[in-house]
Design a protein around this ligand. Structure first.
Ligand code: FUL
Length: 450
């Protein structure tokens, strides 16, 4: 048993996963397609390309708004379930070739990827495997069609940081469903963009299980391999073990996905961090009658995702004219300012930090943070040295009160790549963190207090 726990503590991220967690904790999703013009969320595939005409397309404006929120990348729906391609695909007429935009010569993927580079943002794309337009859908030829499109996107638009595979698999125009050749799709990413991560509901970057920004009470990046068979293929070469349906409860609902009780009887472990995806408005696509979510909701989601050992993919849908709505632009700016203001003054810069043993076990530890004078503390931010694996299971936070007694005032579970604790603000000159349980010697490479 102790060997198993130690093994779990040493399951490590790949270089791509590490880069993803560190360099792009927060990025934008952009849902843009004929749905933007019809008001649907799932297009039928029968929409005429002539309706897609964003006459005032402003990709630079999108990027400025994303940068103002502190985002580091953008994922564009290059093709949603309706099958319409936002670039000049050689393999279908259901694409920009037949849109009035720039007289059929437009390429939104190019315009956005170029704008991203101008604004220092990484670029990635969503390519829906489910295609309600392609007549090939439901046959082996569809997989070839999809691979051809994937190749176009992987080879014509510079570096791609993240590829987003939607798990949806509905019926195509001929009523058939498709068996996706995921191994073939992933081989193309390995070949053309070996530094890219990919999102799949059971992949290298795993779905958090909901689309509302809810996060888990404890988020482990080390989870049973049965949950993430694609990841296991890449890391160990073993065959998929997942049988659809068997693990859905744990995958979608379990609040403590990587807890010992959940991993102990697994068939192996993989490193597979979660991504939280939600939209700034109720819909994924723009609808005139919808409003952006409150700043408070977005900020809290940021704290619980970026500060909860996951990445945050926040969708901001452009309007039919190709611009972002002014209310969304303002909300993004407010969010960026709130993040900046909350985390700009790290009180640890002038503090003394000391590490003491808590017990005979080196997996338990006391960390004392002593400030030069009494400070109001609002947030604690911890980063495990995640390249060595995820270890911390539980910790407690105390503050020294006016009588010189340590009072417990918060507690946490997992830390992982980043854990932000939001406190009821309190005044103290000393904080004590006790790591009460860790799967191996805890290694923190950043401690900040704000
Ligand atoms: C889902 C899709 O069906 C939605 O339309 C949206 O794209 C969301 C991000 O993923 O599976």
């Amino acid at each position: 048993m102790t060997d198993f726990i130690k093994q779990a503590a040493h399951v490590k991220p790949s270089a791509n996963q590490l880069r993803h967690l560190k360099e792009t904790p927060f990025y934008a999703f952009v849902h843009f397609s004929p749905n933007t013009f019809t008001g649907l969320e799932w297009g039928t595939g029968e929409e005429s390309p002539s309706i897609f005409n964003p006459t005032e397309l402003d990709c630079d404006g999108w990027c400025e708004a994303f940068v103002s929120a502190g985002m580091k990348g953008v994922i564009l729906t290059a093709k949603h379930h309706d099958g319409f391609c936002l670039w000049q695909s050689k393999y279908t007429e259901h694409c920009m070739k037949n849109s009035p935009y720039k007289n059929g010569k437009g390429d939104i993927v190019k315009e956005l990827s170029d704008a991203c580079r101008r604004h220092g943002l990484k670029f990635g794309f969503y390519l829906s495997p489910w295609d309600r337009n392609s007549k090939l859908y439901g046959t082996d030829e569809y997989n070839e069609y999809y691979k051809n499109q994937l190749t176009e996107l992987l080879t014509n638009y510079g570096d791609i940081f993240h590829v987003w595979f939607d798990g949806a698999c509905g019926e195509g125009p001929n009523g058939k469903k498709q068996v996706y050749d995921f191994d073939g799709f992933l081989a193309l990413i390995e070949k053309y963009q070996p530094n890219a991560t990919y999102f799949n509901d059971k992949g290298i970057i795993r779905w958090c299980g909901n689309e509302s920004g809810s996060t888990r009470y404890a988020e482990w990046a080390v989870v049973p391999s049965e949950l993430c068979p694609l990841n296991m293929n890449i890391q160990t070469g073993a065959g998929p073990l997942y049988k659809k349906g068997t693990l859905d409860y744990m995958y979608n609902m379990d609040d403590n996905i990587g807890a010992l009780s959940n991993i102990l009887y697994s068939k192996g472990l993989v490193f597979s961090p979660a991504e939280v995806d939600m939209s700034i408005r109720p819909g994924w696509f723009y609808h005139e009658d919808e409003e952006p979510h409150s700043l408070e909701r977005l900020f809290n989601t940021y704290i619980h995702s970026v500060g909860g050992n996951t990445t945050f993919n926040l969708n901001v849908p452009p309007m039919p004219n190709g611009k972002l709505n002014e209310k969304d632009i303002i909300r993004l700016k407010e969010l960026g300012e709130m993040i900046k203001k909350s985390f700009e003054n790290d009180l640890c810069k002038d503090a003394e930090i000391s590490y003491l043993p808590y017990s005979d076990s080196e997996t338990q530890q006391i960390i004392d943070i002593e400030f030069k004078e009494i400070q109001e503390v609002k947030y604690l931010e911890l980063h495990e040295k995640i390249e060595e694996g995820q270890r911390i299971e539980n910790f407690i936070v105390y503050r020294l009160d006016e009588d010189g007694i340590f009072q417990k005032f918060d507690e946490g579970t997992t830390v992982g790549s980043n854990r932000i604790m939001k406190f009821n603000p309190c005044k103290t000159n000393k904080l004590r963190i006790i790591i009460t349980s860790s799967r191996d010697v805890p290694i923190l490479d950043q401690i900040s207090v704000y």
